[in-house]
Write a protein that binds this ligand. Structure first.
Ligand code: NAI
Ligand code: 15L
Length: 272
């Protein structure tokens, strides 16, 4: 597949959406932006749409004529089941229905490490976690990402819509915890990976982990590299300061034992 020219970026007002609005135009994309919150127009922006994922008519219009969709919109942390159901489960279904009805062929879905959050993190010489590891969501939020991945598989098998689901680690300007040293994806690497996922010549449903080439990596980046992704960044320059401040990960601490970190505690302590 040649690189799509115009993409719909959902969740454009969010943290990751804001980073990608700045970075994706340099990869050759014209951006149509959608969010329930207003987003400012800017360079490389074709159009801005303020709409909720519950609005099926607005979604039909939003996807009409685009080459692909980068679907970031949704609740990005744990919440009540009702809120997750509406935004992440029904919202993602509504988006795929619009994509099917308007004949869009490619979706990149922002899945999350929390789809497999209860997977014990590798220690010592343990092998890297493969994308084929059984799903173990750590929250209703993680469960909604499992649903999104399965929905993508269904729409690939039934309707021939290609999806790359990116199980993103932590995509922020800098890692802020010792755990993030293992799962961090720099914004620049995020844009490289989304570009690869939008343009790779793969069909069907493909699942990859999304992170930089971190020295302390926990998962296998080979499936992402197979899309043409070449990560350029590593969290290691942040390691000494974070470890001095927070200490090394403690295997006896439940918030340090699994991929999902503090999402795996009851109640989830994702704010810490
Ligand atoms: P965010 O919470 O900053 O942004 C999400 C955006 O989606 C917000 O602007 C919000 O207004 C919009 N949104 C929420 N519900 C909506 C609805 N019903 N209709 C329309 N818009 C709606 O989250 P962030 O960090 O930007 O993440 C973006 C996506 O990437 C999310 O799907 C998140 O689950 C996923 N992700 C992000 C990671 C990260 O490190 N930032 C890690 C793993 C996954
Ligand atoms: C996610 O899925 C969240 O959207 C993001 O805010 C971070 O908490 C990230 O995972 C993480 O695991 O650090």
């Amino acid at each position: 597949m040649s690189a799509p020219r115009t993409i719909l970026l959902t969740g454009a007002a969010g943290g990751l959406g804001t980073l990608m609005r700045d970075l994706l135009p340099a990869h050759g994309y014209r951006l149509r932006l959608l969010d329930m919150r207003p987003v400012a127009d800017g360079p490389g922006v074709e159009r801005v749409i303020t709409a909720d994922l519950a609005d099926q008519d607005a979604l039909r219009e939003a996807v009409r004529g685009v080459d692909a969709v980068l679907h970031l919109a949704g609740i990005s942390k744990e919440s009540s089941f009702d809120r997750i159901l509406r935004a992440n489960i029904e919202g993602t279904y509504n988006l795929y229905e619009a994509v099917r009805a308007e004949g869009v062929r490619r979706v990149v879905f922002a899945s999350s490490n929390h789809a497999v959050g209860f997977t014990p993190r590798p220690q010592g010489d343990d092998p890297l976690i493969p994308v084929t590891t059984p799903r173990r969501p750590d929250t209703y939020y993680g469960l909604s990402k499992c649903f999104g991945e399965d929905l993508a598989q269904l729409y690939a098998d039934l309707h021939g819509i290609d999806t790359v689901s990116v199980r993103i680690g932590s995509c922020f300007p800098a890692p802020s915890t010792v755990r993030m040293l293992s799962v961090w994806m720099s914004p620049a690497d995020g844009a490289r990976l989304f570009h690869a996922a939008l343009s790779a010549g793969v069909s069907g449903h493909t699942v990859v982990y999304g992170s930089s080439a971190n020295t302390r990596l926990w998962w296998d980046l080979a499936p992402a590299r197979a899309l043409g992704y070449e990560p350029q960044d590593d969290s290691e320059p942040f390691a000494a300061a974070l470890i001095a401040e927070q200490g090394e990960l403690d295997p006896a601490n439940p918030a340090h034992a699994n991929l999902g970190g503090a999402f795996c505690t009851d109640p989830p302590q994702w704010e810490i």
